[in-house]
Design a protein around this ligand. Structure first.
Ligand code: ADP
Ligand code: MG
Length: 694
């Protein structure tokens, strides 16, 4: 890539250190990044509009002579200046004014003005327009192209940004850059997209013949091209990572038939066909010398954990340690209990390592891990801490991958890296990812899908009910409990703050305890001590508690078959996939199960539609697709927390049509023009290089 483009923005005239720092907030570091900073909208300064033809809300360049001025003292006080161009007149209104302004805009002055037309108290007016005193109409400067209006950040002026983008574009067009990374003609033609240089001109300096309305829709081919290049570059970068991964060595796991037979016989159930199929895929991966990087997707309750236990057995029987990482302590503890039960008949030593385990006990566990006396280590992100040294880590299992940041994943993998050996990696997610998105986000991974639930599960009957009917719902819980059933009451809050969520849950629990004196009510939330949580959960499991009031911490985790009713407060605030996961906590036993979505009226049309989808289907993949359509992907993948999927231009809510083409375009490029791959990645992901290493 041409050097001038990869320079920091301070290399441009007019951009100092302080402005550069501010531009970082807009994701702008390199000169090149300015090129991809697209205008929010455009102004038309290409022609002078006759005042008589102006309409309200129009933003226009006008030219006229001052006929009359006045100072209005009522209200906020303002200076009014009426101008006329022979076709009509309009008032310019200034709330901030001084003698200098009054002198400049005196009767008889010829002005050119640019601003938005409003319908005011005394007819058409412009408030604080840009203005310039001129001596003849010819002096009124019209631009040859439409003027871009860029998204700003505090302390950076529009004109500064405009000039900077202008310089960046000039450098771009001068450099060889636009030749070496041009998408092949065959792709552009097929998708009806313009060439990049043409697209950049259209977006930053549109010809006046292009209608503003067309420019401001996301469907402009010029914008589509940039979005497509961006998506494609991400995909190509993932493919590269996948390729690079093949160069590492991995431990080879042998299949010990006797141990497997013993393990399967000890299980209280038979594996489903889908589980067996995924197990075969894992076995094949781990028998090769390159590290496995596999994502297991499966709906809530599809039985991913036992599949991971199987992989664990392969590793341990081959003499390697396994680290399993869960997003919450609750879930880590549950995995720990499950593994302990499933490996009960073996000599395998399993350790639980969470932030709550401290002091001497922790030291002992760490030592056992370092010496290899503990073979399976299950924990939360505490697993990443420096102090944790593995003796011979051969497999990493990550549950609920989207909750972990990219860097956390990297850190864990580094733990197991010695010389050029990297451990195998298995990632499970209960969030079904639409095919097109998976291709984009996880194309460095191989994907296995468990698309079958264990036999005997009944779909959960789901109803939306207004919070105005809360009393009815509470009466129903009474009845439900009398019949020996258990239930969940899930409190949600829009606030990110865990403290507030927990407080809300505490208050709700108090109220419910008062309303339902005969029902044994327990509370679990993220700020309780691990031992307290565990106590409550185990009481709930043993039916010493009838109803569990909880925050969304139970989303991933708890497994209580007798709990067959779930009330979710304010479901309209959660993503569909998250609701689906919550709902997956019920419907695990033989009883018919119910989920009541207790919404706060009035519901918007989209919210109604979204809750309707949940009522109609229990298929996580369909729900995820709809969630993508109705909401955009950010929420669904939880990327806002992890910062994984931030695009400069592409917006998956409007660009999902492009996703369909990404894969075949990547193939075309790999076959016909592999030389553009590196420049493309460099261009689009150059300032986020860590991305490519994941
Ligand atoms: P998830 O895929 O949501 O993580 P889990 O692994 O927690 O699901 O499994 C859900 C429940 O189903 C657990 O109680 C597990 O023991 C049980 N289970 C897993 N596989 C089977 C199976 N093949 N038959 C019956 N029950 C199973
Ligand atoms: Mg699970």
């Amino acid at each position: 890539m041409h050097e001038s483009l990869t320079q920091p923005v301070t290399s441009l005239t007019g951009i100092g250190g302080q402005t550069a720092k501010r531009l970082e907030k807009l994701g702008i570091y390199r000169v090149l990044d300015l090129i991809f900073h697209l205008p929010l909208r455009y102004q038309d300064r290409t022609r002078i509009i006759p005042i008589g033809s102006l309409i309200p809300d129009q933003t226009a360049l006008i030219c006229g002579t001052v006929e009359f001025t006045d100072i209005i003292t009522s209200g906020r006080g303002s200076f009014i200046c009426k101008i006329n161009d022979g076709t009509g007149f309009i008032s310019l209104r200034f709330f901030h004014f001084n003698a200098r302004l009054q002198k400049l805009l005196e009767v008889g002055s010829l002005l050119s003005c640019f601003g938005e037309v409003r319908y005011g108290f005394s007819g058409m007016e412009m408030i604080h327009p840009e203005y310039k005193k001129i001596s003849s109409k010819n002096e009124c400067i019209t631009e040859t192209t439409l003027t871009p209006v860029y998204p700003l950040t505090e302390g950076v002026r529009q004109t500064t940004l405009r000039k900077a983008v202008q310089q960046a574009l000039e450098l771009y067009f001068q450099s060889e850059q636009n030749l070496i990374d041009e998408l092949p003609e065959i792709i552009l033609e097929k998708m009806n997209l313009p060439r990049l240089d043409e697209a950049l001109k259209t977006l930053h300096a549109p010809d006046k013949s292009i209608a503003l309305a067309d420019l401001e829709t996301g469907n402009l081919p010029a914008r589509k091209l940039l979005a497509f290049e961006e998506l494609l570059s991400h995909h190509l970068s993932h493919l590269q990572t996948k390729q690079a991964n093949k160069q590492w060595q991995a431990p080879v796991f042998n299949v010990n038939q006797a141990a497997i037979k013993q393990f399967l016989q000890a299980l209280p159930f038979a594996l489903t066909n889908a589980q067996q199929r995924v197990i075969k895929e894992i076995e094949q991966d781990c028998s090769k010398q390159t590290p496995m990087m596999r994502l297991i997707q499966g709906d809530v309750g599809s039985g991913k954990t036992v599949v991971c236990a199987y992989a664990t057995l392969l590793a341990v029987e081959s003499g390697f340690q396994v680290a399993m990482m869960a997003p919450t302590e609750l879930l880590a503890e549950q995995h720990y209990r499950n593994f302990c039960a499933w490996f009960k008949t073996t000599k395998i030593k399993i350790s639980l390592l969470t932030g709550q385990i401290k002091g001497k006990q922790r030291e002992e566990i760490l030592q056992a891990i370092a010496e290899g006396n503990s073979q399976i280590i299950i924990g939360t992100h505490a697993l990443f801490q420096e102090a944790v040294k593995f003796s011979n880590l051969g497999l990493i299992i990550i549950d609920e991958q989207h909750r972990f940041g990219v860097n956390q994943r990297l850190a864990l993998r580094e733990k197991g890296t010695h010389s050029n050996i990297k451990p195998h990696q298995l990632i499970m997610t209960a969030t079904p990812i639409p095919r097109t998105l998976a291709m984009l986000n996880y194309s460095e991974l191989d994907i296995s899908i468990i698309d079958e639930l264990p036999p005997g599960r009944k779909p959960v009957i789901t109803r939306a009910i207004s919070a105005e009917r809360r009393d009815e719902v509470i009466a129903r819980i009474q009845h439900w409990t009398e019949q020996g059933n258990q239930s969940y009451w899930v409190c949600t809050l829009i606030e990110e703050s865990e403290i507030l969520q927990c407080e809300a849950a505490e208050k709700t629990a108090e109220k419910l305890i008062a309303a339902l004196p005969e029902v044994r009510i327990g509370l679990v939330h993220g700020r309780m001590k691990s031992s307290e949580k565990e106590q409550v959960m185990s009481d709930f499991k043993q039916h010493k508690i009838d109803m569990l009031v909880a925050t969304t911490v139970i989303e991933v985790g708890v497994d209580v078959a007798n709990a067959s009713l779930m009330i979710i407060e304010n479901p309209e605030r959660l993503g569909l996939s998250q609701l689906h996961q919550l709902r997956g906590r019920v419907g695990r036993g033989a009883n018919e199960s119910f989920c009541l979505l207790m919404f706060q009226p009035p519901l918007s049309d989209t919210a109604k539609q979204r809750l309707g989808i949940l009522r109609e289907t229990s298929n996580g993949f369909i729900i995820a697709e709809k969630d993508l359509q109705l909401r955009g992907p950010g929420e669904m993948l939880g990327t806002r927390q992890t910062g994984q999927m931030q695009f400069k231009i592409a917006d998956l809510a409007i660009d999902s049509d492009l996703l369909e083409q990404v894969q075949s375009a990547a193939q075309t490029i790999e076959q016909q023009s592999p030389q553009i791959i590196q420049p493309l990645i460099q261009k689009w992901l150059g300032n986020t290089t860590h991305y490519a290493e994941v």
